[in-house]
Design a protein around this ligand. Sequence first.
Ligand SMILES: NC(=O)c1ccc[n+]([C@@H]2O[C@H](COP(=O)([O-])OP(=O)(O)OC[C@H]3O[C@@H](n4cnc5c(N)ncnc54)[C@H](OP(=O)(O)O)[C@@H]3O)[C@@H](O)[C@H]2O)c1
Length: 291
Amino acid sequence: MEKPNKLCVAISGANGFVGKNLRRLLHKKGIDLVSITRRNLHNYKFETKILSPNLSKNIPISKLNKCHAFIHLIGTGKQNTTTDYEYVNVGLTKNAVAICKKAKIKKFIFISGLGVSKNTTSAYFISKYKAEQLIINSKLNYTILRASYIIGKNDPLSISLTRQIKHGTIIIPGSGTYHLQPISVNDVAEVIYRALISKKFLNKVIDLVGPQTVTFEKYVKIFKNKKSAKIKKIKLENAYYDALHNLKSVFGIEDLNILVGDFIGNHEKLKKLSKMKFQTYLEVLQARGLS
Ligand SMILES: NC(=O)c1ccc[n+]([C@@H]2O[C@H](COP(=O)([O-])OP(=O)(O)OC[C@H]3O[C@@H](n4cnc5c(N)ncnc54)[C@H](OP(=O)(O)O)[C@@H]3O)[C@@H](O)[C@H]2O)c1
């Protein structure tokens, strides 16, 4: 029989990379899930599914009334003429906040981006900043997590590097000496779980970053390991040219901005709040057989 005080959370963007990993962990912890997604997904026991393309007014609020928190994972780092940052990162966050108000869900957890600040000039970071402000001003309890590269099975960076290895050449834009601070997707899921159950995360903006920084060049070399592929440095000018002219370029404009931006976060604060032991990027790559 179901326990009366069983925790229930709603997750939007449930079928994405973080969503899939988070649902697996929360399901293991015995939490009821209401997963909101555009496409059909494989349900867990104690998981309710809501199909919605845009978190519109038609969302069945009755399915969300028992939720204690809303974890908003919808987001994009690429825009084009049919879908843009303002619509996805700002507009759908606005809709998510409105749903919480209607369903009387009190807590909101959001993944923003490492590098977001009031002074940013990047279109992607501006949209994430606006989303953060919507949440902070919503009067909901919130936790905002500003993530660096999240890595694990089928993370976007590994998919891109694996594809490039298959084609024989991995590209490094510019010098490759800018840094990443990768964090394991399993640790990300655990942090979100702790943010759900602990008051320590209440109304905070926290960097979601791993324990080590690494240059992009070093990360690529470790990832490649003994696989046969060339590593080719190209001029930043050429990488931006490709990003501006080709929808399928290896690096999009914002990928390049994030890399060159060389953003480093505060891992110690995350460690202190969560009291977790985090995996290093090397441990994640080794566990996945990727290095
Ligand atoms: N992965 C990273 O390294 C990283 C780093 C920094 C920040 N983040 C942020 O963390 C969150 C989760 O990231 P992720 O890696 O899981 O991303 P992801 O795999 O791309 O998943 C994002 C999900 O958002 C939903 N979505 C995307 N575009 C949409 C649109 N136009 N309309 C409606 N829904 C849309 C989709 O959910 P459904 O498929 O369920 O419909 C998609 O699967 C995002 O907000 C992302 O910006 C991620």
